[in-house]
Structures are given as C-alpha cells and as structure tokens.
Design a protein around this ligand. Structure first.
Ligand code: NAD
Length: 334
C-alpha cells in the first residue's frame, strides 16, 4: 500500500468495496488482502452497462446505510468503467459525499473512466444522464488485472487509447494489442492534463468526447437490441463517423480516415455487428438526448488535423445521417 492510500485508510471509519460478479470471483479476495481490509463490507452487483442505473445506486446507498457508513467511510470501486462511474456517483451523493478510491480492472477504465472525476448512471434509456463531478481520492493502476480480462475488453480499451492519439498525441495512433501496456500511463497523463485545465467541461474537456456523440447514440441503441456493443466498440464507430465528417467538413487528410479503417478490424475483432439501414433512424433519435447538445442540436468534436481538434461543431441532420450511413456501409464491407 502506498503512503497516500495509507493516509486515506488512516482517516477512514469503515471500508466498503463495490465490484461486479465477474471481477469479484477473480479479484475481490486479492484486493482485500493487498489493501489489508478483510473486514470490508462487500457490495457485489451484476455485471454490465444495463445495471448502471438508479436501482443499483439505491442498493449501494441502502447497504451503506445498513452498515452505518458515516461521512468518513470509504468506498473502493473495483472494476471497469461501469463500477467506477456507478460507485463514484453513489459515493459522491451519499451523505453529500464520502471518499472513494478507484481500482480500475479494465483497460478502458485505466486509461479513461476511472480518471477525471466524471461519475454517473444511465437514465431514461440514455447514457450518463445523471451524474456528478467528483474526483477519486486515488486511482490504483495495476496490469495484473489483464490476466483475466477478456480480449474483447482489451480491444474496447484500445479504441479510447486511439482517441488520445487523434486529439493529442499521434504516437498513440500506433497502439495495438501487443504494445498497449506501455502507453497506459501516458493516456492517463493526457486525460489528467486536460481535466486539470477544465474540470467541469466548460470548454477544452469537450475534446475528450471525440467519437462519443455518434458513439453514445450507437451504444444506447445497441443496448436495446440482441447485439449490445461495448463502450469502446461504439466509440470506435463514432470515431469512424467523426473522421469521415472531419474529412468532409474540415478538410482532414483522408489518409487519417483510411489508416483508421485499417485498424477497425482489430478494434472490432471480437464482436459481431449486424447493422442495417433500419438502425439509422433509432440511432439518430438518441442524438437528441445527448448531453453535449446545444438547442437540441448535437455537437461534434471534429479534427482539422491529428492533434488539432475543433469543438462544438453543429451539423445539419442530413449530414449526420450521411455519416451514419457511411459507418454502416463500412461495417458491411468489413
Ligand atoms: N467517467 C468517465 O469519464 C468515463 C469515460 C469512459 C467510459 N466511461 C464509462 O465506462 C463504462 C465502460 O467501462 P468498461 O468498458 O470498463 O466496462 P465494464 O465496467 O462493463 O467492464 C467490462 C466487463 O469486463 C468485466 N471485467 C472487468 N474487469 C475484469 C477483469 N480484470 N477480468 C475479467 N473481467 C473483468 C466486467 O465484469 C464487465 O463484464 C461505460 O459505462 C462508459 O460510459 C466513463
């Protein structure tokens, strides 16, 4: 245990560990041993985005209350982005806020979700509609968790790593299944740097939404179908749409789009996608609820060049539809 964690634990009245059923079976006893908190109250929820909701938060709040968690209680969020988003939200709202520590166990959570203080749950059928800005006291990154992480989840995390490549550092566009571990810290540093300058997403932080406008709409739609996509897979498709729009709207070099299209099979290698024209309208419907909207118009982050993002681009709905049609046409030719 590092000094920072020791200080946190010294000031803690009671420790709670939130995790999901998959992670619990591999890592819960280990974490209790490593953090020397065998008396922690365990809160084990079902895995998956469909449980990132108010019912689960209520269950967490109730467990905290049942075990008399006071304002010096600590919640350890052990899991992927669903757990760090949910746990962060439950902790930041319980008794107006208790401390939480994130122990991300997926690549995606290590490079993105566990860092930067955005917490939240899905609501009303749309993603992350309710949430807070609240920073974890500490984020513990450990590659040991990759021992049990399915390859599909690694691919999902790679998409968010490539996002940093597009918006901040072109070296990250070389990330792949062999070399990703060496870039994890760097991705975290990029995110922390951006968040430090704009913690509540008034401007610069919006850059982190590259690929997410279409990506969230695709993800929300797919959650209602028999082929739910992972967050990173949806973001990969969202980035494809955003790159295509960037070429058309801002003159981005077409090679950037073409190179990304060569990486798509790697990102989507572990999933089966069966989109058709009939998916377009429902996906466009989700764009209306996007949190990034202004006057009900979706806002896009596009690129003038790699590392030169342009924020708050609004587009006519016909153009957005064309981008989605392009994404779907590319998937059928994969
Ligand atoms: N707050 C933010 O800034 C932010 C940023 C990006 C994404 N997110 C959110 O993160 C979520 C996606 O996170 P995710 O991709 O980590 O998904 P996830 O939390 O659902 O985890 C993916 C799956 O992997 C399993 N798992 C996790 N770690 C494991 C391990 N080490 N071994 C075996 N199985 C393991 C989980 O049980 C789950 O089934 C989305 O809800 C998204 O909105 C938040």
């Amino acid at each position: 245990m590092n000094d920072k964690l020791k200080q946190i634990f010294d000031k803690t009245s009671k420790v709670f560990i939130l995790t999901d059923e998959n992670v619990a079976q591999f890592w819960l006893p280990e974490i209790e041993y490593w953090l020397n908190c065998k008396n922690a109250v365990e809160i084990v929820i079902k895995a998956g985005e469909q449980h990132k909701n108010l019912q689960t938060v209520q269950r967490i709040w109730k467990t905290l209350m049942k075990h008399h968690a006071d304002r010096n209680a600590l919640l350890i969020n052990l899991g992927g982005g669903v757990i760090t988003d949910l746990g962060g939200f439950a902790a930041s709202t319980y008794k107006r806020g208790i401390k939480f520590v994130n122990v991300p166990t997926t690549l995606l959570a290590m490079v993105d979700a566990a860092i930067g203080g955005k917490t939240g749950i899905d609501f009303g059928g749309s993603k992350n509609q309710i949430g807070t800005f609240a920073e974890a006291e500490e984020v513990i990154i450990d590659p040991v968790f990759f021992e049990t992480l399915p390859q599909r989840e690694i691919c999902s995390g790679l998409a968010e790593m490539l996002k940093y490549g597009f918006i901040a550092d072109s070296n990250l566009l070389n990330v792949n299944l062999e070399n990703y571990q060496q870039y994890i810290t760097h991705c975290g540093e990029i995110k922390r740097e951006i968040v430090m300058q704009d913690p509540t997403e008034k401007g610069l932080r919006k850059v982190l939404n590259f690929g997410h406008t279409l990506g969230h709409a695709i993800e929300s739609h797919c959650l209602t179908t028999d082929y739910p996509l992972l967050h990173g897979e949806s973001v990969a498709l969202g980035m494809l749409g955003a790159l295509w729009l960037s070429v058309r709207q801002l003159g981005l070099d077409e090679k950037v789009l073409q190179n990304f299209e060569k990486q798509l099979p790697m990102l989507l290698s572990e999933t089966e996608i069966s989109f058709s024209e009939s998916d377009i309208e429902p996906i466009l419907g989700y764009l209306v609820h996007d949190k990034k909207n202004k006057d009900e118009k979706p806002q896009f982050v596009l690129l003038e060049a790699v590392g030169k993002p342009v924020l708050e681009v609004t587009l006519p709905s016909v153009t957005v539809k064309e981008a989605l049609e392009y994404v779907i046409s590319k998937l059928s030719s994969q």
